[in-house]
Structure formats: C-alpha cells, structure tokens
Design a protein around this ligand. Sequence first.
Ligand code: ACO
Length: 405
Amino acid sequence: MTIVGSCLDVSIGILVSEEFMSNRAGRTLMPQDSLVIQKGLDNVYVCESKICYIDSANSRLYYRGYSVEDLIESSNYVATCYLLVYGAYPTAAELSSFTRRLLGYSRLPKPVYDFLEGLPKESDTMDDLRTAVSMLGLYSYAGKHQTQAEKMEDGLRIVGAMPSIVAGLWRGKQGKSVLEPRDDLEFASNFLYMLRGEIPSTSDAKIMDKFMILHAEHGINASTFSCMVAASTLSDMYSSITSGIATLKGPLHGGANVEALRFIESIADPSKAKDSVDKALDTGQRIMGFGHRIYKNYDPRYRVLKAIGSELSQRPGGSELFETAQAVEQAALERLSSHGIYPNVDFYSGVVLSMLGIDPGLFTPIFAMSRSAGWVAHALEYLEDNRLIRPKAKYTGEIGLKLSL
Ligand code: ACO
C-alpha cells in the first residue's frame, strides 16, 4: 500500500514519503487516487525517542523510564526538568547547581519586565506569554546559536524564565508591580510568590510542584510536534518554544481545562450534573476534559489531579466545586466510557488550580510553563539526528486553468 505524505512504516518507525517508498521499491509513483491520508497524523511515528513512554493500555506514564507517580511522590519539578533534558536523574550536587542556574535564568532582562508591566488588561494571556518568550529571545541573541550546547542553554533559559513571565504577565495585567524571584524559595514556591506577592504555604507550593511535574511532558503531542518542526528547520529555541505555546493555546489541546472548569462552574449544583451533561451531549457538544487521542481509558494524570482536588476540597469552602466536578465526571462517564472516552488531565486540572485561587486566565500559561521542559527536551533530542520535517498533501484542486484577462 502506498500512503500519502504521512505514512507509517511500522517496521522502522519513521515517517516515509511516497516518493521514498516508490524509489526504494524501484517503482514509479502511484496515481494520487490511491494515496491514503493519515488525518491528524494519527498513529504516525516520526522519530525514535527516549524521553516519554505512554502505556495507554495500563494508564501509565513514564519520563525517561521513571513513572510519573514516583516522580510526584519523591522528586521535584527542577529535578524532573533536569531528567527530561539531560536524560539522567541528577545527583545532589548536579541538582543544586542546576537549581541555581534556573534561578539565575528566572531573572528577566529589563525590557521584558517593562513589557509585562505594560500589558493590556484585555489581551489573551497565551498571546502575552507567546510574545514575552519571543521577546526574551531578542536579548539572548537568538538565531545565532547553532551548537547543541548553545541550544540547550537557550532552552533552559526559557524554562527558568517561564514562571517569572507567567506570574509577571498576570500581575502586569492587574496593574500590579511585577516581582523578581527570591533566592530563598524553591522553583514552584517562587512562582506562587511572584504571582501572589506573598510566600505560599508549604502545602500550596508542594501542590504546584506536583502539578508542574504532571504537566512537564507527554510525548509528541501537537505542541511538542510543533516545537520539533520549528527546531528541524534549524531555527532557534525561542522560535521553537514560541511555536509550541501558539499550538498549546487551542481549546482542543491546552485550553480544555478552562472550558472544563467553565462547564462545571456553570452547573454549580451536583444534582443538576446529569441533566447538563445529557443536554450538552444531545446537542452535539463535547465534554471538555474528556477524551484523548492516545488514552482510550483513564489518563494517569487525571487520577493524581483528582486526588489533589480531593485533598484541597477538605479546606474550608473547597468542597462544592469538587463535588460538582465529581458529579459531572460520573454523568459523562455513563454516556462516554463505552466509546473509550474517559477523563483526561484537563478535567480536574482547572478545578485544582481554581481551588488554589488561580484565575482561569492563567491555566494554559501554567500548562505551558510546566511543559516547557518537555518541549526543550524533544527539540534537542530531535536535533541530535535531525531531518527537516516536511509532510505532503494530496492535491485535490484543479490544474491547467487559463487566465482570461
Ligand atoms: N465529548 C464528547 N464526544 C467526544 C469527546 C468529548 N470530550 N471526545 C471525542 N468525542 C467523540 C467525537 O465527537 C467523535 O464522535 P463521532 O465519531 O461520533 O464523530 C469521536 O469521539 C472521535 O473524536 P475525535 O475528535 O476524532 O477523536 P480524537 O482522538 O481526535 O480526540 C480530543 C481527541 C481532540 C482530545 C477529543 O477527545 C476532544 O475534543 N476532547 C475534548 C477536548 C479536550 O479535553 N482536550 C484535551 C486533551 S488532553 C491535552 O491536550 C492536554
């Protein structure tokens, strides 16, 4: 079988173009009519990778061989970031120097602080983030860096700068002064400090750290692939990550947790959940935070976030939202689970962030901030054995039209 543009050669696991297949077999091109299109690149393997393994059958997720549950239990975001980018878990000495390095990168160039403080109130926070990361590149001589080491340096600069940018853009939009990080706080704690203007409780900082580990990586999804496509052209890291941010913005990808929370909040009362879910599905709407291209069963990240949500619901005033979310989940499962549609990471992530007092406008930027580690790791890994990513489309238009001027 000849497959157009994005064909899956399972035996070697790479993307193969139809000319390549034809030349290899010594055949001429098949007529376009017989070409098969892999819509959405579903099930197409584009490279080998040692970064992430998604065991969808058993609902398990591994970063560099370590289960995400173990990392959440015994590690922290900075060590996870080191693991993803360098490929090995850091020693105590490596972690200490890496932590200092990221802290250094979390101090932004002055023009970026000025930009954050001048942001319009109405602009979209993902647009703010995308522009700020792109702008950061202006002060790091982006585009001139060519070696892997220099690209890694740029990538880590972005990872280190992300919490300052995300917290800063929010404060800037509220007309508040943008805060610099403190030397005495850990990464996730510093983010909450720069966002709220006060040192967070140990419990809040721990929850944020877990949240960031959970969102740090998830294989070659749309935004990661977008970063890899940009990297494959030998563009710079700022451009690659900016492209990932732009791709994550969409409601089918990073924006789903905002929509999921809005839906749950609009119901407000657990006893109305079933009617609302039925009405939504009967009118052709999707339940946001449900369904996944890879998982046709529970997303392992959902379980962790639901447990965190349950913990947070024990706090004063925290139970109503969580109870409604659980009722929506139950009602949606009754309708969708038989189709292999289960809650994904986004169903409880908005609920958790909301219970931490974080505005929905920051949900997707916080996702991007956490995912920057995975984006950088994949862009660097792909570049180690780079081949320009260039799929094709089956042409269905006309040819030979004449201009009659
Ligand atoms: N609610 C209701 N129906 C759904 C849902 C849902 N959440 N998800 C999929 N379906 C249905 C579709 O309507 C479609 O039905 P049909 O065959 O009768 O037309 C069928 O399931 C297949 O849907 P696709 O969109 O083709 O499946 P895909 O594997 O591409 O879907 C996706 C993955 C885009 C995530 C989808 O499940 C969805 O839109 N979910 C809601 C948005 C969401 O939660 N996104 C976050 C994903 S996780 C992340 O990116 C971090």
